[in-house]
Design a protein around this ligand. Sequence first.
Ligand code: DGT
Ligand code: CA
Ligand code: CA
Ligand code: ZN
Length: 581
Amino acid sequence: MAPLDNLAVARILSDIGDMLELKGENPFKIRAYRNAADSVANNPEPVAGVDADGLRKWPGIGKDLSAKIIEICQSGSCLIHQELMAHFPPTLLDLLRLQGVGPKTVALLYNELRIASLEDLEAAATSGRLRELKGMGARKEALLLHALEERKRHANRHLLADAADTADKLVEYLQARVPEVAFETVGSVRRGSETCGDIDVLASGSSTDLMGIFTSYHLVERILGRGDTKSSVLIRGGYQADLRLVGPESRGAALQYFTGSKQHNIALRDRALERGLRLNEYGLYRASDETRLGGDTEDGIYEALGLSWIAPELREHRGELESAAEHRLPELLQWSDLRGDLHMHTTETDGKDDLETMVLAARDQGLEYIAITDHSKALAMANGLDETRALAHAARIRDLNRRIDGIHVLAGIECDILADGSMDLADDCLAELDLVIASVHSALRQDESEMTARMVRAIENPYVDIVAHPTTRALLRREPSKVNVDQLARAAAAHGVALEINCQIDRLDLSDVNARLARERGVKLVISSDAHSRRALAVKKWGVVVARRAWAAKQDVLNTLPFEEFRASLRRNRTPQALQA
Ligand code: DGT
Ligand code: CA
Ligand code: CA
Ligand code: ZN
């Protein structure tokens, strides 16, 4: 057996935590497994190579858990995992992962109705058995059914960051074994779609043993199809991966074709047809006599069709061909343009690393400035700050900022927007801080007019500089709020408030489409990690992808500015307070 990677080990630990919760075990024991799962998932060192003493130095891992982890690495499981798996059908965990469904409900469904899978749940709902269950009620039944619907809609899609990571590892494996062939990730992962169906890899060159090497990748669970130029497999985590092999002369045409999107390709092919040309995955040809006009490079194809090269992120049939024909595509934002990160948490509220650790990690990442933005008191679960604590925290942040070289640290807050649109902290407190992010974390189901008015009211508060994760969506899990993004963007533009692209991998909020709309309304964007640990600072790369898909250039994004200019561009520093309200 190949060694399990950290994510696979973490998954087993968190499954144990989930099953213990279903059994109604001691919450501390449950927490211990979940903490260990986080610790393993977040540690860059491969867990399989670490001995018991080494593991005990990892946060959240004691003697007992280190022994279990070693057992898992050696055998793929451990005793308590085996026992729990024998006790519960594994499909029961799928129920627990439904949005808004907790262990009490799952235990009730299992104990009373023997519902042990999503299929069982659906059957019970259809036959009316759910409703008869004591303690169920119409509202709860509706919630369950909604969660089930959502789940079906999202089945077999994956978060971009996870799909890209899976694709990178696969490409690395292939490249190491078949160095004479060029491998590239194509499809929706290359375009940076927020969620991805399957993983597509293009191989260009010639190799006779490539498909065998692909199908024997150690994470392959099932071979779905195998041919000389095309194979598909299912890899661990529920990812389908398609591999296609083309000759080197077709690399550009195949890259173009398999990157998609399908709509972009259809429009491009139509453009070729209008010019008397034929375009397919092997090349570009003159229709009349089959003369080959291109195919070895991707730019060559676009060029032969009278177009500038189009970045993969733009290939969604959203006006990119027209702009490319007029050579008016924006010069897209790049990762290296980002200089700051304006949203992150510390142990003062619900972060996992303390202030100094976060600051040093940000400096190591090469950031020129950051804002520390812990939660406000309405988020009691996160130990949110009241005015007194917020100001004391700000004083500590400023003190650290004076002592530390090489990075500017702003004392900010992520202040909750209450249900009526008022701010969770008093204006005189917000006025004292260097930067205020406003965001919604409660009453997410308000209707459109209520939610929009609420957020516009927050924007009208003169101390609000940025609105974070404006639609509160959670990809594959929770729908966006009903906020009217057009009205929100107009209000933000009018008041000089920036809108965030939140880079948590399951948020990416604003989305590409909404960020583009905001930009077109004259809103400035910020791209922030919302990191709750030092490692999470790196997720900003996904926000850059979203911004590119929103056609954003460097000047559309505030945190590309050098520190002094950035500071001066904040709403609170731009105009006298009286003019802002
Ligand atoms: P996904 O997997 O749902 O996240 O989305 P894609 O875009 O990766 O779609 P996929 O894997 O079905 O196909 C990869 C690319 O292959 C797609 O983006 C464009 C190309 N392609 C697939 N089917 C067709 C088709 O029927 N016509 C054209 N023109 N291109 C296609
Ligand atoms: Ca795909
Ligand atoms: Ca595919
Ligand atoms: Zn937040």
